[in-house]
Design a binder for this molecule. Structure first.
Ligand code: HEC
Length: 199
């Protein structure tokens, strides 16, 4: 992993001033934070609406279909990879953290154990990979009361919901969470070669 500081030094060596490099990272962070906010708000709104209309059994579709769709749209619109990853995962195909994401989730857990509020945590840095350099950003997702309907301890999850989860997600490990706990993160990966979209 390349630390932010090393990266700045690298950019300086390439002829870019530290101020310019710092500005670019700040702008990338702001763009990632804005996309995260949009994802969380769209999802939260849809989840609330469906929960009120038909309860958690009906709201499963929001998490199953809408969440990957919104993340996919944000990815395509920006030329990034936008995903949700979990500390324990329901959908291993989409929600499994890579090595870098696992490390950041671990760091978030250490910070939480030290008393920091999960809702306020984020982390970003530039990483060097064989095929190029990437700006990586993660924003922690805390478990809220409404999430317990589908991610809480078994006694909080209605039988109908348990049945649906079991049939769609035979590998489901994303249960047993408590309110306030770290559930996972929104993770955004931006190729540094691709300039940010002008808004
Ligand atoms: C109505 C049931 C339901 C509710 C309520 C719900 N989820 Fe989920 N959640 C799911 C399902 C189903 C998936 C699997 C989505 C998929 O197939 O990609 C999922 C996946 C996730 C993932 C992706 C990682 C993984 O385990 O696959 C995160 C992160 C997540 N949920 C967080 C939350 C948070 C935070 C809340 C509360 C704000 C919440 N969920 C509320 C059903 C629910």
């Amino acid at each position: 992993m390349v630390s932010q500081r090393n990266c700045l030094i690298l950019l300086c060596a390439l002829g870019m001033s530290a101020a310019q490099a710092g500005d670019e990272l700040e702008l990338r962070k702001q763009a990632a934070a804005a996309a995260t906010k949009s994802l969380v708000q769209q999802l939260g709104g849809a989840l609330k609406k469906e929960m009120e209309a038909g309860g958690p059994a009906q709201a499963i579709g929001v998490c199953r279909d809408l969440a990957p769709k919104i993340a996919g749209d944000l990815s395509r619109d920006n030329g990034w990879r936008v995903t949700r990853v979990g500390t324990r995962v329901r959908n291993p195909m989409l929600g499994t953290p890579d090595a870098w994401e696992q490390q950041v989730l671990k760091d978030f857990q250490v910070r939480a154990a030290g008393g920091e509020a999960v809702a306020d945590m984020s982390f970003s840095t530039v990483v060097e990979e064989p095929d190029g350099r990437y700006f990586r950003f993660m924003k922690a997702i805390p478990v809220q009361a409404a999430c317990l309907n589908c991610h809480g301890p078994a006694e909080k999850i209605a039988t109908g919901v348990q049945e649906q989860l079991a049939s769609h997600y035979p590998m489901d490990r994303a249960v047993g969470y408590r309110e306030g706990e770290l559930r996972g993160a929104v993770s955004i990966k931006q190729p540094m070669d691709l300039p940010l979209k002008a808004n």
